[in-house]
Design a protein around this ligand. Structure first.
Ligand SMILES: [Zn+2]
Length: 271
């Protein structure tokens, strides 16, 4: 278990470093298929030894080997986060994935690992650049839709649940659009980016009904808390845009794990 976890952490570091490349090139509008990594400051090509996830950053003490300018802390953080995500995926999913027979015992872990990576990329890009690339939203939606259609086709998910999941996403989408229209009328600013609105149908498909409710509730609560704290610290003005994607992703992640329990706990107050 420990050996596997260590191996997965290292795998995660490598994927994290790939994710860094994707994030950098997506936000700079270049295709991420070509070319080797360069220092963003002096544009010189990095050797493989300067490109080792996490370790290179530590050995170079966070500076470029050529120009000695600071390397963004974003790189080692994303690498470490992806490493932790891989281990977490294994520990949390280990028993869960064993519940299903072939071929799902293979498809499910791969699906949730891919979905997790795309969600991590969306979270970081939205946090750093306040955009959600359409390509990532489309990837997430295609993955979620294919997965749910397959589950329904094989009778693992009922058609009713599938339709509920679709409607959940559409419902939140409608909610965000109406809030968007309202804030634009009242405050003359954009409440949500188009990226957030494109993101929620996927989240609806992933969460389904009723887990969408605690998921979105958590997103709004977390977003409000962080927003108010930033206002009080005077880091943001009321008219400034706070990326909502990271909160949607966090709310979804929490609800995927504990949504049913949260929902049952909430219902216990009603009866
Ligand atoms: Zn440099």
């Amino acid at each position: 278990m420990l050996f596997v976890s260590l191996f997965l952490f290292l795998m995660g570091l490598v994927w994290g470093s790939f994710l860094n490349v994707v994030i950098y090139r997506m936000s700079h509008g270049t295709s991420f298929a070509k070319g080797r990594s360069i220092c963003p400051k002096c544009k010189r090509q990095l050797t493989w030894a300067m490109n080792i996830p996490l370790l290179s950053y530590l050995f170079l003490k966070g500076r470029c080997a050529y120009c000695h300018k600071k390397i963004s802390i974003q790189y080692p953080i994303i690498e470490a986060l992806t490493g932790i995500f891989f281990v977490w995926w294994f520990v949390v999913g280990f028993n869960f994935f064993k519940l299903v027979g072939n071929p799902w015992s293979f498809i499910q872990p791969v699906f949730w690992l891919s979905v997790g990576l795309v969600m991590l990329a969306i979270l970081v890009i939205d946090l750093l650049y306040m955009i959600i690339p359409f390509g990532l939203n489309l990837t997430l939606f295609s993955l979620a839709l294919a997965y749910r259609v397959a589950l329904t086709g094989f009778g693992i998910m009922t058609l009713t649940d599938f339709i509920r999941a679709l409607l959940s996403g559409a419902g939140v989408c409608l909610l965000l659009v109406s809030l968007q229209v309202a804030t634009k009328k009242i405050k003359k600013v954009d409440g949500f980016g188009l990226g957030d609105i494109y993101l929620v149908p996927s989240l609806g498909l992933l969460l389904g009904w009723p887990k969408i409710l605690p998921g979105m509730f958590l997103a709004f609560v977390l977003g409000s808390i962080v927003g108010v704290v930033l206002l009080m610290l005077k880091k943001k003005k009321l008219t400034q845009y706070l990326p909502f994607g990271p909160f949607l992703i966090l709310g979804t992640a929490i609800s995927l794990l504990w949504g049913s329990a949260i929902w049952a706990w909430y219902l216990s107050f009603l009866v």
